[in-house]
Design a protein around this ligand. Structure first.
Ligand SMILES: Nc1nc2c(ncn2[C@@H]2O[C@H](COP(=O)(O)OP(=O)(O)O)[C@@H](O)[C@H]2O)c(=O)[nH]1
Ligand SMILES: [Mg+2]
Length: 324
């Protein structure tokens, strides 16, 4: 009688069942699922463009998948400091700790020079905290990750061109983080205006050589390249946010009600909110996390370590001088 090798199943104990290294994918999956994922996003842009509102909308739209709608919230408060809002969202067996960092707007002042500094500093501080943990002798097996995986950059829906400040800030941000531009309050543009504005922004980004996410790396296969190409063609996502539910077909949805009708933020005919959410938390989640570690954090890390080496070399030279 020949024995049939059985693939591992929940009912057989792990040790005496068939074990091949093809089971590694299940092992990894099991471990990752147990640990859950941490995903950190920051929102950046001028005051009043709907950053805090969009954060609220993203969370509300996720919570509907599991727990039903949030009720209409407290009135809007002005954001005065950099502040993280965090919720655990779950889809099937996967737990995602979604952390969105809200920032006070800038651009209200006459002189906006270096107004982006606190945001760039915040992003670098997270890299630096991670590096410090990584370098301690008794480093934790799992370092809590606060590194920012994506920066949503809010563009005012002027329908004209980018402002000088948009170009400067996106350029600076793209050096330290994955930048995802969005057109804020896009309900104020007609569909034609929106399309023309998107095209103009893409042309300007290219002209100023601002590298926004997603960009292709050598590791990408054809399918990924195609998907990235499609996303780049619809960038920037034209979003609408709302802190209120409106009733559409008898069901409450996040939306904005006007005299002439209702914008349902999750309706793809109305705006790109769904595309943005799927892009961030589904199709590109893992890639955003990886690019952050392998490109942005790595650049920071090697710079810091080099500086550290140089300063210790200088110190030991000094010590030799003193000793001589
Ligand atoms: N028309 C429109 N108004 C919006 C949208 N998102 C937010 N708002 C409104 O814009 C104002 C400022 O929003 P807020 O989220 O505080 O902006 P923040 O300063 O960028 O955080 C509020 O009155 C919001 O109700 C949107 O998508 N469309
Ligand atoms: Mg705000």
């Amino acid at each position: 009688m020949t024995e049939v090798q059985q693939p591992p199943s929940e009912s057989t104990t792990r040790l005496n069942s068939y074990v091949g290294f093809d089971s590694i994918t299940q092992q990894i999956e099991h471990k990752l699922l147990k640990r859950g994922f941490q995903f950190n996003v920051i929102v950046v842009g001028q005051t009043g463009l709907g950053k805090s509102t969009l954060i609220n909308t993203i969370f509300a739209s996720h919570l509907i998948d599991t727990k039903g709608r949030l009720e209409a919230d407290e009135p809007i408060r002005q954001t005065t400091e950099i502040q993280a809002v965090s919720h655990i969202v779950q889809e099937n067996a996967v737990r995602l700790r979604l952390n969105i960092v809200d920032t006070p707007g800038y651009g209200d002042l006459v002189n906006n020079e270096n107004c982006w500094d606190p945001i760039v500093k915040y992003i670098k501080d997270q890299h630096s905290a991670y590096l410090r943990k990584e370098l301690t002798a008794m480093r934790d097996k799992h370092i809590p990750d606060t590194r920012i995986h994506a920066a949503l950059y809010f563009i005012a829906p002027t329908g004209h061109t980018l402002k000088a400040i948009d170009i400067v800030v996106m350029k600076r941000l793209s050096e330290v983080v994955n930048v995802v531009p969005v057109i804020a309050k896009s309900d104020s543009l007609t569909l034609e205006e929106r399309e023309a504005f998107k095209q103009r922004i893409r042309a300007e980004l290219a002209h100023h050589q601002i590298r926004v996410y997603p960009f292709d790396t050598e590791e990408n296969d054809d399918e990924e390249r195609q998907l990235n190409g499609a996303i780049r063609n619809m960038m920037p996502f034209a979003v609408v946010g709302s802190e209120r539910n409106v009733i559409v077909d008898g069901k409450p949805v996040r939306g904005r009600k006007n005299r002439w009708g209702v914008v349902n933020v999750e309706n793809e005919a109305h705006c790109d909110f769904n595309y943005l959410r799927n892009f961030l938390t589904r199709t590109h989640l893992q890639d955003l996390i990886e690019t952050t570690a392998q490109i942005h954090y790595e650049a920071f890390r090697s710079k810091q370590l080099l500086a550290l080496k140089e300063s210790s070399a200088a110190k030991s030279q000094q010590a030799q001088h003193v000793g001589a």
